[in-house]
Design a protein around this ligand. Structure first.
Ligand code: EPU
Length: 337
């Protein structure tokens, strides 16, 4: 079952870095996990990869690398209004979104075209265009690398936040997510509040949008702003949008009246990191073999021959500059290995 010849992870990370894994073990089922744990192959030091769309590899992987390829679509419960469906952790995210959209089960359509797999989606509570997976999430099943047990996590146990969950904190590197269940609506409510979705529907003369129309609009927006990893290596947003105090925001606004923002609470406000990076002059900048995407400054790209270290150094330069110019610490969103 082991592949002891070094395996290139070039096709397993969306930056497209030619990193080698010493031992790659493809996991197709929960039984694969249990058997390999009993055989003492899997332990706490094992690493996990899904779609490789949120990992920055800076060196080869010496530990056992587990690749999540657990498939499966199971209807768990159904009423006249809702359907609970569990998907295997290794299922491709966009594929399952389209499956739900085509069945007219609403809730995931705003999350169309996000790269990666189902098992990774709760870890950073993936979100886009006014929707996050916490809005439809029911439960997940995860294999504990320390005890070898399968555990169920309900919504509150996942402790979801903005691009955050239990699995990025106390549960970090401890769980392999085998299944995720979502509750979807058979009478979908359309959510077109965010950004350009409504404008695209208007342009097309769509007055009563279906979730398919919303999904198509999201796909159109993403394709126009975000680079296709198959063409230009990237990991989507590299940084989180920072949350700052209202007083700090007002100060920045004095010099930059065009600053965009999203309300968070009475005292705090979220500002787009892409806007900050663009204002600081980084948008479209190329540094060696890597750079900042020309259409969305939150995305760092590999022009083909780049390395993870080059991206890391570029990210650190951006962080330093944003701190100096705006007194804001940008937090990196992707996992650095
Ligand atoms: N903006 C700029 N310059 C830029 C980029 C953005 O001025 O280079 C401004 C835009 O004009 C807009 C605001 O920033 O007013 C927000 O931009 P956008 O709608 O593109 O979204 P974002 O805040 O940059 C977040 C997510 C994306 C998600 C979009 C849409 C994070 C870290 N990123 O980006 O998620 O697709 O919203 O919901 O929250 C990802 O996580 O990989 C990802 C792509």
């Amino acid at each position: 079952m082991f592949n002891n010849n070094f395996t290139s992870l070039k096709n397993f990370n969306t930056f497209g870095f030619d990193i080698q894994a010493k031992n790659l073990l493809v996991i197709k089922s929960e039984t694969d996990l249990i058997d390999n744990f009993k055989a003492e192959n899997i332990n706490l030091s094992s690493k996990i990869i899904g779609g490789g769309s949120n990992i920055l590899f800076t060196h080869n992987v010496d530990e056992l690398l587990l690749k999540n390829e657990i498939e499966g679509i199971n209807i768990i419960a159904e009423t006249d209004e809702t359907i609970d469906i569990a998907f295997g952790g290794g299922e491709n995210w966009h594929k399952i979104v389209l499956y739900c959209v085509n069945n007219n089960w609403g809730g995931l359509e705003n999350l169309s075209l996000i790269p990666g797999c189902v098992g990774a989606s709760p870890i950073q509570n993936i979100g886009a265009y006014g929707s996050e997976i916490k809005d439809t999430f029911q439960w997940l099943k995860a294999f504990n690398l320390k005890t070898g047990e399968l555990e169920i996590f309900n919504h509150s146990q996942c402790n979801f936040g903005y691009r955050d969950s239990y699995f990025k904190n106390e549960g970090k590197n401890l769980y392999f997510i085998t299944q995720v269940c979502f509750r979807l609506s058979k009478n979908p409510k359309i959510n077109v509040q965010y950004g350009d979705i409504q404008a695209i529907l208007d342009q097309k003369g769509i007055t009563h949008p279906t979730i398919k129309n919303v999904s198509d609009a999201v796909i159109e927006i993403r394709q126009s702003k975000l680079p296709d990893p198959a063409v230009l290596g990237n990991c989507g947003s590299f940084f989180k949008n920072p949350v700052i105090s209202l007083s700090h925001f007002e100060k920045i606004k004095e010099n930059h009246p065009s600053i965009k923002s999203f309300p968070v609470s009475e005292t705090e406000i979220k500002v787009p990191a892409g806007w900050l990076i663009e204002q600081a002059g980084w948008k479209g900048k190329k540094v060696g073999n890597v750079g900042v995407h020309e259409k969305q400054a939150l995305v760092l790209v590999n022009y083909g021959q780049g390395t993870g270290l080059e991206i890391k150094i570029l990210a650190e330069s951006i962080q330093k500059d944003i701190l100096e110019k705006f007194t804001i610490s940008l937090e990196i969103e992707v996992n650095i290995w």
